[in-house]
Design a protein around this ligand. Structure first.
Ligand SMILES: *[C@@H]1O[C@H](CO)[C@@H](O)[C@H](O)[C@H]1NC(C)=O
Ligand SMILES: *[C@@H]1O[C@H](CO)[C@@H](O)[C@H](O)[C@H]1NC(C)=O
Ligand SMILES: *[C@@H]1O[C@H](CO)[C@@H](O)[C@H](O)[C@H]1NC(C)=O
Ligand SMILES: *[C@@H]1O[C@H](CO)[C@@H](O)[C@H](O)[C@H]1NC(C)=O
Length: 770
């Protein structure tokens, strides 16, 4: 029989919609504090703030009227007119206020345990009533007495209010962050509400009171006719403006709570509904009563009714205690990684490392800092400007992410961190924050902890550390340059390539020093554009052959680093392309032997010096060459070939070229070192000794000088002359007639030997001892 079934379906449908209708408006079962009106008890609108008509009448009879203090009025006007675009901040302000009130009572209860007994469940709960068009936020915090309601919400402007007013005017009136900083956030409720009711019960007042205002000029306070419904705490009911009904939608409210208050330290409950599927059992009952239509019954049996029921209940939005307040040993790696992804809103992989710690003693704070998997795309371009990489919380309330530069120096600004400080006032403004000495103290700790974190990583995880170095090595070098106080520590974290491992930057300075040869006094380094360029350098030969390790500098910043960091751990750095290099045997015998070589080669030295006088002013017998005939060495304060190239690449302007330091460095003539063991050099000596070498030999020596200069890292100055000379040599070799190439013009007369003047600022960067 189909009829009963149809009726049943219709009934179920009716039931479902009835359930839906009642459940939406059902009162949350949360004790007396719930104010949701229901259609049965009150006419829509009349009992809007949870008061019956009679209650409202009573309030009207007993209320006292107060006028807002002038500055408070001004603040309300400014907030209402200027923050309209950001009006959803009202919820953040109310939650943070509620959280404060909860913090206060929790703090009080530490010394007065009875104070908690009036309401021991510390939470924040939020409900929306679409019929009355109200949004209600309730906390079981410290609450306010009648006098406090009057003072806090209207008649006493806080210190800093006028500062707030002028700041708002300066900031072109839309700086949302200001209102939280100045503790005037409460008034943002009038962005969305045209009428606000605050019921509050404090332990210090026997009665619960109600504050009501429609933000015009005045507000009223009356004893709450409902009696003490809160036990303790405050309940703010917003009568939403017509255009603010979006805040009645629990899903909107939920996403706002998540956005602003995920890290509030007290549970935040939202009254919200969800659909649940219920399997109806009724078909079985049918079967026993009616066995006529077997088939149909069977199919009903196997296909029970599926009903959707809307269930309304309290749902906690901020489910976790803020991760940084938990003990590190209770937090899994996955949780740290998830938290990193959530708070940085990034999805580019797992952080390389993190550090979770607590600052105690002179400054109380907690922090988790992360090394991101890679720097932000523009990190190295914008090293000069700090990025928003630190989220500052004060007592679990999010304050700002706009103080990054104050926490980390720019070279560390690749780190992402949460800082939750206990010692800062919540109303602190950005400007006052920057002057706050607590901030400086926190910053100091953070930098130290960051360096510890790097050191730990270096010690414990070689692979991750080299990943870290590959992304952030250059930032650390900036650190070693910029930070006087941390230079030694940062320097110890640097990793370089070297003659022992040219492929990977894995050699630390401590490591290098450990394996220095006993007679070695300096840390040797060679710089170049590429590893290949360095490896073919004539300077390297002898050092490497003799077993010295040479660091390879291929980052442009390395030269700058050397200007600023002349030594490490008592050892100075020595550029193997510069000055006199002190290696090997310095016994008297060795010295005598060298002196003898100098004597022997004197004629060649003199001839070379006069032939190549345009480029060099000194010819010496080399100790550093093994297989090359000669090399060009830069004097201690001159520009190496690598530096010349770097400067050329940067494109120096006229003013920079006029710079005294540059002129001085550029004017330093090079030294030509010859290898006394090399057959070419020996043969040349013979030539010179048997009379002035002819023009052909001069030409060949010029070519040799030019190729040497290339290998020594310099650019050939006279490229045209150079190619012509090569062609002439090749021409002679193959027996072809080639036009005569120009010879190097010798200087007509010896220029006056000028003693170069060392500019005072040559030593910028500080040769401070490490
Ligand atoms: C909001 O917080 C301020 C600052 O803590 C306080 O003075 C005010 O009374 C609070 N307002 C409410 C409604 O709780
Ligand atoms: C929140 O705290 C109140 C007391 O203020 C309590 O009655 C209520 O049950 C709590 N809510 C939840 C969902 O735990
Ligand atoms: C912040 O509040 C403290 C007291 O809580 C007060 O001394 C200070 O002046 C306030 N600062 C500002 C900027 O309002
Ligand atoms: C439950 O389902 C009904 C019908 O699909 C829908 O109108 C309603 O919005 C849903 N309720 C919730 C809380 O998702």
């Amino acid at each position: 029989m189909p009829a009963p079934r149809i009726i049943r379906m219709a009934m179920l449908g009716f039931l479902a919609s009835a359930m839906l209708a009642t459940s939406t408006f059902a009162e949350p079962q949360q004790g007396e504090q719930i104010v949701l009106s229901s259609t049965e008890h009150h006419a829509p609108g009349a009992g809007a703030q949870g008061f019956s008509a009679l209650d409202t009448e009573k309030i009207r009879e007993t209320e006292e009227k107060y006028v807002f203090e002038t500055e408070v009025s001004k603040i309300m006007k400014i907030i209402i007119n200027s923050l309209y675009k950001n009006r959803d901040i009202f919820l953040r302000e109310l939650i943070s206020n509620a959280s404060d009130a909860l913090d206060k009572i929790r703090f009080m209860s530490l010394t007065d345990s009875a104070s908690m007994s009036t309401n021991s469940n510390l939470n924040i709960s939020i409900t929306a009533d679409p019929v009355a068009r109200t949004l209600t936020i309730t906390d079981s915090g410290v609450g306010m007495t009648r006098q406090q309601l009057k003072d806090n919400l209207g008649t006493i402007a806080k210190s800093g209010t006028s500062e707030f007013l002028s700041k708002m005017e300066e900031s072109k009136k839309d700086d949302v962050s200001l209102i939280g900083q100045f503790g005037v956030g409460f008034y943002s409720v009038f962005l969305v509400a045209d009428r606000v009711t605050v019921a509050s019960k404090s332990n210090d007042d026997p009665a619960q009171h109600v504050w009501v205002s429609d933000a015009v000029n005045d507000f009223t306070i009356a004893e709450d006719p409902r009696g003490n419904t809160l036990g303790r705490g405050s309940q703010i009911t917003l009568h939403l403006k017509e255009d603010a009904v979006e805040f009645l939608e629990p899903s909107n409210v939920e996403s706002l709570i998540s956005k602003y208050s995920e890290f509030i330290n007290f549970p935040i409950f939202l009254w919200k509904g969800h659909n649940e599927t219920i399997i109806s059992e009724k078909s079985e009952t049918l079967e026993s009563n009616d066995d006529v239509e077997e088939e149909e019954i069977d199919s009903e049996k196997t296909e029970p009714e599926e009903l959707t029921e809307e269930v309304w209940e309290w749902s906690q939005i901020n489910t976790q205690k803020p991760i940084w307040t938990r003990s590190p040993k209770d937090i899994t790696e996955e949780e740290y990684v998830e938290f990193y992804k959530t708070f940085t809103k990034s999805n580019d992989g797992d952080p390389i490392a993190w550090s979770h710690f607590k600052g105690e003693g002179d400054v109380d704070f907690r922090s988790i800092m992360y090394i991101p998997p890679r720097p932000d795309a523009n990190f190295y371009q914008s090293l000069a400007s700090a990025t928003n990489n630190v989220k500052l919380f004060i007592k679990r309330v999010f304050i700002t992410d706009d103080v990054a530069g104050d926490f980390f120096p720019r070279w560390l600004s690749f780190l992402k961190a949460i800082v939750d400080a206990e010692d800062l006032p919540l109303n602190v403004s950005r400007e006052t924050l920057q002057q706050h000495k607590t901030l400086k103290m926190i910053s100091k700790r953070l930098v130290k902890k960051a360096l510890d974190m790097f050191a730990q990583l270096a010690k414990n995880d070689e692979k991750k550390y080299s990943e870290f170095i590959s992304h952030y090595g250059v930032a650390l070098k900036y650190g070693a340059i910029e930070s006087q106080s941390h230079r030694k520590k940062v320097a110890s974290l640097l990793r370089f390539r070297s003659s022992q491992n040219a492929q990977d930057a894995v050699v630390g300075l401590d490591h290098y020093i450990e394996r220095m040869k006993p007679d070695q006094k300096h840390i040797f380094y060679a710089s170049g554009m590429t590893i290949e360029e360095i490896e073919q350098s004539p300077f390297l030969e002898r050092l490497v052959a003799d077993g010295y390790e040479v660091l390879y500098f291929v980052d442009p910043i390395d030269e700058m680093l050397m200007q600023n960091m002349p030594g490490y751990d008592g050892k100075s750095f020595s550029n193997i392309a510069k000055g006199d290099i002190k290696i090997g045997d310095d016994s008297d015998e060795a010295k005598a032997e060298h002196k003898e070589l100098e004597e022997t080669f004197k004629p060649l030295q003199n001839w070379l010096k006069s032939t190549l006088s345009e480029y060099i002013d000194k010819v010496t017998i080399s100790k550093r060459l093994a297989t090359s005939p000669m090399a060009i060495v830069t004097p201690e304060f001159g520009l190496t070939g690598h530096m010349e190239k770097l400067l050329a690449a940067q494109g120096m302007n006229a003013a920079q070229k006029e710079d005294a330091l540059y002129k001085f460095m550029a004017s330093q003539k090079k030294t030509l070192e010859v290898n006394p063991k090399h057959p070419i050099i020996k043969a040349l000596l013979d030539q010179v000794e048997s009379g002035e070498p002819d023009e052909d030999i001069t030409q060949l020596v010029t070519v040799l000088y030019e190729t040497t200069s290339i290998r020594s890292g310099f650019q050939v100055k006279d490229l045209r002359g150079f190619t012509q000379r090569i062609e002439e040599v090749v021409g002679k070799g193959v027996g072809a007639e080639v036009a005569k190439a120009p010879t190097l013009k010798k200087e007509e007369e010896e220029e006056e030997e000028e003693e170069p003047i060392v500019p005072e600022d040559l030593f910028v960067g500080g040769h401070d001892e490490l």
